[in-house]
Design a protein around this ligand. Structure first.
Ligand code: SF4
Ligand code: SF4
Length: 184
């Protein structure tokens, strides 16, 4: 593994932890009390098809054909979840947001990991590269730029949640974070 990949893996894992914290904050998370959990092995399988995600979670041996990574206490993966697991929010999440700006911010939080992995190999994101030996030759210049943008957006969002306000410049920067088409 090259130093570039190693460093990217560490920073991505840090970003994922911060995204998880933002999604779990009061007002954002309904999943803990949900009686109709939308996790599905079809999504979990992405975490074992992706060499990048496998390097992060190192839990491929815990994948179950029927239940994927879902256990009676929730997802077994603390890190290295497929990005779709962060991108999708059911309608209830938006219903409980106080206004449209909070809805927009929630969508952006869910897209920070997707944004960080974009265009690793042409238009292919890093988590969709299927051969481990191709990870080292990914476009790390682009990936580092994307990752830095996700971290900057993260700081803006943390500040927004602390103060309840956002400058026009910061808001405009948040709009540059790419949201996957299916969640726009
Ligand atoms: S996203 Fe909605 S449906 Fe899915 S687990 Fe969370 S609360 Fe339940
Ligand atoms: S959050 Fe975990 S259990 Fe749910 S779909 Fe994603 S990987 Fe599977």
């Amino acid at each position: 593994m090259t130093d570039q990949l190693k460093s990217y893996l560490e920073r991505y894992t840090q970003l994922e932890g911060a995204v998880r914290e933002l999604i779990a904050r009061k007002g954002n998370s309904l999943c803990a009390q949900c009686s109709c959990i939308c996790c599905d092995a079809v999504m979990c399988v992405e975490a074992i098809k992706s060499p990048f995600l496998k390097l992060i979670h190192q839990q491929a041996d815990q994948y179950d054909e029927e239940k994927g990574f879902l256990s009676s206490t929730g997802c077994r993966l603390e890190k290295g979840r497929p990005s779709v697991c962060y991108e999708y929010f059911c309608d209830d999440h938006f219903y409980f947001q106080p206004d449209e700006l909070h809805e927009e911010v929630l969508r952006i939080i869910g897209s920070l990991l997707f944004h960080a992995t974009r265009n690793a190999q042409g238009e292919i994101p890093l988590d969709e590269i299927t051969e481990e030996d191709q990870l080292d030759s990914a476009d790390f210049q682009t990936l580092e730029k994307n990752l830095n943008e996700s971290f900057r957006a993260l700081e803006i969002i943390q500040e927004f949640y602390r103060t309840g306000s956002i400058t026009d410049e910061s808001h405009s920067f948040l709009k540059s974070i790419r949201i996957p088409e299916e969640f726009q």
